[in-house]
Write a new protein. Structure first.
Length: 447
C-alpha cells in the first residue's frame, strides 16, 4: 500500500487560501518545512498537542529524501560523530586510493574548505568524547520516544529489537571500539564484547566467515526497522490529529519583519504564520542563508541496496562490518546493505560502481546469502545526509523570533528523529523537557 496523498484524500492536501489557514482557529499557525523523519516527527509532536501545524515539502510524499532507504537501524550505540581523531588520515588514504569509508570528489575540495576546517578542527579527543556523550543522550531519549510512539499508535514498520552486532577484523580498530564503548558505560550504554564463537551464537549465518573475524561487540538495546515506513505511518497520524500538508510545494523564502517571522513564501503563494521549523536536511542551509543564518552543514552521500529474500535466508540481527565499511540489516522479508560517506555536493545520482561494492561487501559477509539473491531485482538508492561540522545536530530557536531548527543529524537521522521532534516541541511550547536542549542549539560553542 502506498502511503501519503491518494485519490481518496487528495482534497485534504490541496492548496487552501491564506485566510482559511490562518483564521480557522484562535492559535497561530506553525509551519514545518521538510517531510522527512525530522520534519514529520516535529510536526506530529506539535499537532498532537493541539498546535495548528502545516507541513510543507517539495516532494510528492513523506520520506522522499534522505529518510527514504537508509541503513534501517536505530543505534544509540553508534552515536560517535564522524569527525573522530585520525579522520584526516582516513580521508587522505581514500584520496590516494586506500581503503576508507570516506571520500571527497576533487571538485568539492574548495567548496568544503571552510566547513572542512571546522570539521577537522573538531576531530580531537576532547570534542569527540563530548559530542559522543551528547549524541548518546539524545539518541537514548529518542529511542525511548520511538518505542512510546510505536506502542501508543500501533505503528508497524518492520521493527525489530534484537540489538546490533559489530564485527572486526583488525585488532587496533577492535581495541578502539571497546575503549569507546567502555567510556560510554556511565552514560548508560549496554554492550558485550564477544568472541568469534559467541558471534556465531548471536548470528549463525556468519559461521562461514568466522575465521577472518577476531571479535565483535553486541549492543542489545539497539533496534532496526524501515525508516520510510515509520515516517509514512507517523505522517498518517499527523493528518489524523488535524495536521495539514502541502506536497509538491517549493519554499522561496521565510518572510520576517523586525518583530520576527510573519510567513513563508512558497511556489503557490505566501502563507501567513508566526512560527517556522526548518527540518529540510542539507537543504536547510540555502534556505536559512536568505535570512542571514549560517549553518555549518554539508551533504554527505550514502548508498543502500535492498533485496527481497526467501524465508530462511535472512540474518537474525543487523551487522556492522568494520572492515568492509558496510551495514547489513534484515527488514521484514528484505535485506538491506548500506555504506559509504561521499562528499559529492548535491549530486544524488547513483554510481553503479558503489552499488557493486556494496553487493561485493554483502557477499563477503554472507556468501551463503549473496549467492541466492536476484541481483537484477535489487533496489539501489542514494541519499544526502546533513552532517554538521562539530558532529551534533541543530535543535532549537535562532536569533529570529519564531524561527526554529531541527536538522544536521548526519548518520543518526532516524535514531534521533522522534526525540528531536519531541524535544523541539517542548522548547517551542515552553514546557519542561526530559533532556537539556542547550548542547544542540545553534549558539553553542563549537569548540
Amino acid at each position: 500500500m502506498k502511503y501519503g496523498p491518494n485519490k481518496g484524500t487528495e482534497i485534504k492536501y490541496m492548496m487552501k487560501q491564506r485566510h482559511e489557514l490562518t483564521n480557522n482557529c484562535d492559535k497561530p499557525l506553525t509551519i514545518v518545512i521538510g517531510a522527512g523523519l525530522a520534519g514529520v516527527s516535529t510536526a506530529y509532536a506539535l499537532a498532537a498537542r493541539g498546535v495548528p501545524t502545516l507541513l510543507i515539502d517539495e516532494g510528492s510524499e513523506p520520506a522522499s529524501g534522505s529518510s527514504h532507504a537508509n541503513a534501517g537501524m536505530l543505534t544509540s550505540s553508534m552515536s560517535s560523530p564522524w569527525n573522530s581523531p585520525g579522520l584526516l588520515w582516513q580521508v587522505a588514504k581514500a584520496t590516494f586510493g586506500g581503503s576508507s569509508p570516506f571520500s571527497i570528489r576533487a571538485g568539492q575540495m574548495l567548496k568544503l574548505a571552510f566547513w572542512g576546517l571546522s570539521f577537522f578542527r573538531s576531530a580531537n579527543t576532547r570534542h569527540y568524547q563530548y559530542a559522543s556523550k551528547m549524541n548518546f543522550r539524545l539518541a537514548q531519549y529518542s529511542m525511548g520516544r520511538t518505542r512510546a510512539l510505536r506502542t501508543a499508535l500501533n505503528l508497524e514498520y518492520d521493527s525489530d529489537s534484537q540489538g546490533t552486532l559489530k564485527i572486526f577484523r583488525d585488532h587496533k580498530a577492535f581495541s578502539r571500539a571497546i575503549g569507546l564503548a567502555r567510556s560510554m558505560c556511565n552514560e548508560g550504554l549496554a554492550f558485550s564484547v564477544v568472541t568469534p564463537e559467541e558471534i556465531i551464537q548471536i548470528e549463525p549465518m556468519l559461521a562461514s566467515k568466522i575465521g577472518s573475524i577476531i571479535g565483535g561487540i553486541y549492543y542489545p538495546d539497539d533496534e532496526s526497522g524501515d525508516a520510510n515506513k515509520f515516517t509514512q505511518r507517523l505522517f498518517d497520524e499527523f493528518v489524523r490529529v488535524g495536521g495539514e500538508v502541502r506536497f509538491n510545494t517549493c519554499i522561496a523564502r521565510i518572510v520576517e519583519d523586525k518583530n520576527g517571522i510573519v510567513g513563508v513564501e512558497t511556489s503557490a503563494g505566501i502563507v501567513d504564520c508566526k512560527q517556522v521549523v526548518v527540518a529540510a536536511g542539507h537543504a536547510s542551509v540555502g534556505l536559512l542563508a536568505l535570512n542571514s543564518i549560517s549553518l555549518p552543514i554539508k551533504p554527505v552521500k550514502g548508498y543502500s541496496v535492498t533485496f527481497e529474500c526467501k524465508e530462511g535466508y535472512l540474518p537474525r540481527v543487523p551487522v556492522v562490518d568494520d572492515g568492509n565499511f558496510a551495514v547489513v540489516t534484515p527488514l521484514g522479508s528484505r535485506l538491506r546493505v548500506s555504506g559509504f560517506a561521499e562528499f559529492s555536493g548535491n549530486d544524488d545520482t547513483i554510481d553503479d560502481s558503489r552499488v557493486a561494492e556494496l553487493v561485493s561487501a554483502l557477499d563477503n559477509i554472507y556468501p551463503s546469502i549473496g549467492s541466492r539473491l536476484r541481483l537484477h531485482e535489487a533496489k539501489a538508492w542514494t541519499g544526502l545526509r546533513p552532517v554538521s561540522a562539530d558532529g551534533l545536530p541543530f535543535i532549537g530557536g535562532t536569533s529570529i523570533k519564531g524561527l526554529f531548527l531541527n536538522t544536521g543529524h548526519g548518520h543518526l537521522g532516524w535514531t534521533m528523529a522522534a526525540g528531536s521532534g519531541h524535544l523541539l516541541a517542548d522548547h517551542m511550547l515552553d514546557q519542561p523537557a526530559e533532556i537539556d536542549i542547550r548542547p544542540y542549539q545553534i549558539d553553542r560553542d563549537y569548540f
